[in-house]
Design a protein around this ligand. Structure first.
Ligand code: ZN
Length: 419
């Protein structure tokens, strides 16, 4: 990475002086790869108040200075981009989605995610080894990819996992441990388990099965995230040392016992993944991005669903309770829709979190959950991954959809055409 080299600037100045040219008449030598972004409102992503008139300087892919305009020294020769009237926030990090199972389709999906402001996405448990091998790659104009590889569940006869790769179906602790060992050998980022009887249709993983899975994962330095539905399973998993839930408690309201278990596990991360409010949502903002026939198809399914509304009510109350209790909240959408983050953020605010809390969950908290040390906030030393918005999402969270530009690793994503 190029750094500012004051010595070479001084040398150029000396040359001009020696050659008899008036330095003041010359523009400074351009500093290649250094750009100052000036005058926008900056949401850092760590929950602190936004800087209303900010300047930040990017050298290559890295933020090297940030602060109020006037307090940040812009290096001579740096490129300058005015962001007056705009709001800047960190890119979105999605810790629960599912990858397409062909390299070509998934590469396109990662580009679509970048188009909508996502810089990283973790696929939870339905990935073939070929897809897992894509993790850690940097594809120009595309989000980074994390993977749980193949997850582990109890047998679910007759249930299709298409279009994804089916997970492990285990019935003994040994099978669970073997599955973890195989996935650890692929260097997955986390182990995914499902603990859900799907409305009484299947036998679910018991503590005797998931306990050894969590233990085996931990011996390989891996954490376990669990798809759950029921309060009692949440308790069992917390007692067994699970690191995260990929969905929240959905059958009933959280009780004192589970809140006490959360308090005893401060490292635990909740990904609420609300799954929609069961009410029609605004899709007009997708016009100009998605083809019209695709939007028309989405509108057909964009209807009132009373059962989903009741489920959302439970989840919303639980989310607020956990957020108020200080449980770390990260961000995920489930599914394979590249723009779903913007709906999930709206739903989290509808549930009762503030726009700032939701943005922190989708940026700083999710980067921490994925152990991305150089991402999640717009601070010195972090990767220059940011979204330039035409309106302030702290006023209305749906303003995250008013995207003017997306920058990944210091480079503007080409948004002229939808990928
Ligand atoms: Zn999922």
């Amino acid at each position: 990475m190029r750094r500012l080299n004051l010595a070479s600037i001084a040398k150029v100045a000396t040359l001009f002086a020696v050659s008899g040219l008036a330095i003041t008449a010359c523009s400074p030598p351009p500093l290649e790869g250094v750009t100052a972004y000036e005058g926008g409102r900056l949401i850092i992503g760590n929950g602190s108040a936004p800087i209303e008139n900010a300047t930040f300087v990017v050298d290559g892919s890295e933020i090297i200075a940030v602060g109020p305009t006037g307090e940040v020294e812009v290096p001579e020769g740096a490129g300058r981009v005015s962001l007056a009237g705009k709001t800047v926030m960190p890119t979105i990090i999605n810790t629960h989605m599912h990858a397409y199972q062909s390299r070509e389709e998934f590469t396109q999906d990662l580009k679509r995610r970048a188009y909508f402001g996502e810089s990283a996405a973790m696929s939870l448990g339905l990935d073939s080894p070929e897809i897992v091998a894509m993790r850690g790659e940097t594809i120009p104009g595309a989000a980074h990819f994390f993977s749980a590889g193949l997850g582990i569940t109890a047998p679910e006869p007759g249930r299709s996992f298409a279009p994804y790769t089916p997970p492990y179906h285990i019935t003994t602790p040994e099978e669970g441990r073997t599955a973890v060992q195989e996935q650890a050998a692929l260097n997955v980022d986390i182990i995914k388990i499902w603990v859900d009887d799907r409305g009484g249709q299947y036998a679910k993983l018991t503590p005797e099965l998931y306990g050894p899975i969590i233990e085996e994962a931990n011996t390989h330095g891996l954490r376990v995230t669990a798809h759950i539905f029921a309060l009692e399973d949440a308790k069992g998993l917390l007692k067994a040392g699970v690191s995260s839930f990929a969905h929240s408690i959905r059958d009933t309201d959280a009780d004192d016992e589970v809140m006490e278990l959360f308090a005893q596990h401060p490292e635990f991360v909740l990904v609420p993944n609300l799954g929609g409010r069961g009410a029609p949502t605004d899709l007009t903002w997708l016009r100009g991005s998605l083809p019209d026939d695709e939007i028309a198809k989405l509108e057909e399914g964009n209807v009132e669903r009373p059962d989903a509304q009741a489920a959302f009510g439970i989840q919303a109350r639980n989310l607020v309770k956990m957020n108020d209790a200080g449980v770390s909240i990260a961000f995920g959408t489930d599914g394979s829709t590249p723009w779903a983050s913007h709906v999930e953020m709206e739903d989290m605010v509808a549930a009762g979190m503030t726009p700032m809390e939701v943005i922190v969950s989708a940026t700083q908290n999710s980067a921490a959950f994925l152990r991305m040390e150089n991402a999640g906030t717009l601070e010195v030393g972090k990767s220059a991954d940011f979204i330039v918005l035409d309106a302030n999402p702290l006023d209305n969270i749906t303003n995250t959809r008013m995207i003017s530009d997306v920058y990944l690793r210091g480079e503007a994503v080409d948004r002229a055409t939808y990928p």
